[in-house]
Ligand binder design. Structure first.
Ligand code: CDP
Length: 242
């Protein structure tokens, strides 16, 4: 009896949030988590496997950071960064991020741009501009990854994953991916960025209340995808992909 009442309340709140419409649109699948947890590889592989588009929201923050550096804007000056960002045209396609019509993919993963991305990402005016870019993709359905993608950008996503792993494992994966041998330095950089992302006041990195947390420390990419596919299948989301 109590269960029936709780279920009815849950359904009512789901409808109030637009849940009744969710059944008719293409699925939105979100993957949040810290650096090196495997968000990008799993999001890309999952999107390809189920035939949805892929969105790397971190690339948007990196592109803004790169543009600010290119224009020699003082990153420490929030007002200047926000004003410059408001005038930017930032778009996403499968080819990558475009800023004012030009593909901005070459330097985005350089350490200076990586550091700068976490600085600009803490500014509300930057986040406001980029949220619009991210939500434009929703109507087609998407596998989207990023720090706040399930908590802020797509709070009504059909399934949310939070991918984590031990810091040492994340640093080792990143070192391999970037062909770097200074794993200890990389670990310090990752921990400092995680700390900044977790403790900022706007859209901090944290799992959504309804996220499925996957600890990828002992898992291969294919294990992670299997876990995700099981959850997606259970929710009947594959039937909603055209
Ligand atoms: O690949 P990795 O997880 O190392 O970083 P990323 O996803 O490319 O994001 C770079 C930085 O952008 C992060 O450290 C965050 O500060 C910021 N970011 C964010 O604030 N919100 C997002 N949805 C994505 C990235």
């Amino acid at each position: 009896m109590a269960y029936v009442r709780i279920r009815a309340l849950q359904q009512r709140s789901h409808k109030a949030k637009g849940g009744h419409l969710n059944r008719y649109r293409a699925p939105i699948i979100t993957i949040d988590g810290p650096a090196g947890a495997g968000k990008s590889s799993s999001a890309r592989a999952l999107a390809e496997r189920i035939g949805l588009g892929y969105l790397d929201s971190g690339a948007l923050y990196r592109a803004v950071a790169w543009k600010m550096r290119d224009r020699k804007i003082d990153l420490a000056c929030q007002a200047d960064v926000e004003a410059a960002c408001a005038g930017l045209q930032v778009t996403w396609s499968e080819a990558g991020v475009c800023v004012d019509g030009a593909l901005a993919s070459e330097r985005l993963r350089d350490p200076e741009v990586t550091f700068a991305s976490a600085v600009v990402a803490a500014y509300p005016g930057v986040r406001r501009v980029l949220i619009g870019t991210q939500r434009e993709m929703a109507w087609r359905g998407v596998v989207a990854e990023g720090r706040d993608i399930g908590t802020v950008v797509f709070p009504d996503a059909d399934v949310k994953f939070y991918l984590d792993a031990a810091p040492e494992v994340r640093a080792a994966r990143r070192a391999k991916e970037m062909h770097r041998t200074d794993t200890d330095t990389l670990l310090r950089e990752i921990m400092a960025r995680d700390d900044r992302d977790r403790h900022r006041t706007v859209a901090p990195l944290l799992p959504a209340a309804d996220a499925i947390v996957i600890d990828s420390t002992p898992l291969t990419l294919s294990d992670v995808i299997d876990r995700m596919m099981a959850e997606i299948g259970e929710r009947g989301l594959l039937d909603r992909i055209r």
